[in-house]
Write a protein that binds this ligand. Structure first.
Ligand code: THU
Length: 161
């Protein structure tokens, strides 16, 4: 049998949102609120992200699109760069990511894109402590990874240079 660090279970699965603890639910609520600030006229896909800092402050962000499509930015990176620029002395404890279609009240599954995973990993390595990632992966199914590294196996980071 082949085993390696990536086959270990480094995430927790929840059968329903209500199984998450109060701190996580509060963060999800902030991420959902951030969906309302999404500027997504091209995809109508509203994403909200919220970070919990060590001092218990919550920093949120939403996706910001552009008529020149690649110039837009995902919600996770908007929140992460905001924290990196304005709260660089604070460790990021966790991030929650949520999504819905414009005009709907129904939140749908979303997992961070590859670039956002890479950026999360950068901050994790920088602060030398794991960042938990909370996300909905299906109807009534939630996952919390215990670090961002779980989302990016065989990753490239500053230690690779
Ligand atoms: N998006 C995010 O903001 N975060 C993700 O994790 C996935 C995708 C945004 C980018 C774009 O504005 C829209 O969702 C559709 O891809």
């Amino acid at each position: 049998m082949l085993t390696n660090q990536y086959t270990e279970l480094k995430y927790v699965t929840y059968g329903d949102e209500s199984e998450l603890d109060e701190e996580d639910l509060k963060l999800i609520k902030s991420a959902r609120k951030a969906c309302e600030t999404s500027y997504s006229p091209y995809s109508q896909f509203q994403v909200g992200a919220a970070l919990l800092l060590e001092n218990n402050e919550i920093i949120s962000g939403s996706n910001q699109e552009n008529s020149s499509y690649p110039a837009g930015l995902c919600a996770e990176r908007v929140a992460l760069f905001h924290a990196g620029a304005g709260h660089s002395n604070q460790t990021i404890k966790k991030i929650a990511v949520t999504a819905k279609k414009e005009g709907s009240n129904h939140y749908i599954p979303v997992t961070p894109c590859g670039s956002c995973r890479q950026v999360m990993l950068e901050y994790e390595v920088k602060q030398n402590s794991p960042i938990e990632v909370i996300m909905q992966i299906a109807d009534n199914k939630w996952i919390k990874t215990l670090s961002t590294e779980v989302l990016l196996p065989f990753c490239f980071n500053k230690n690779s240079l």
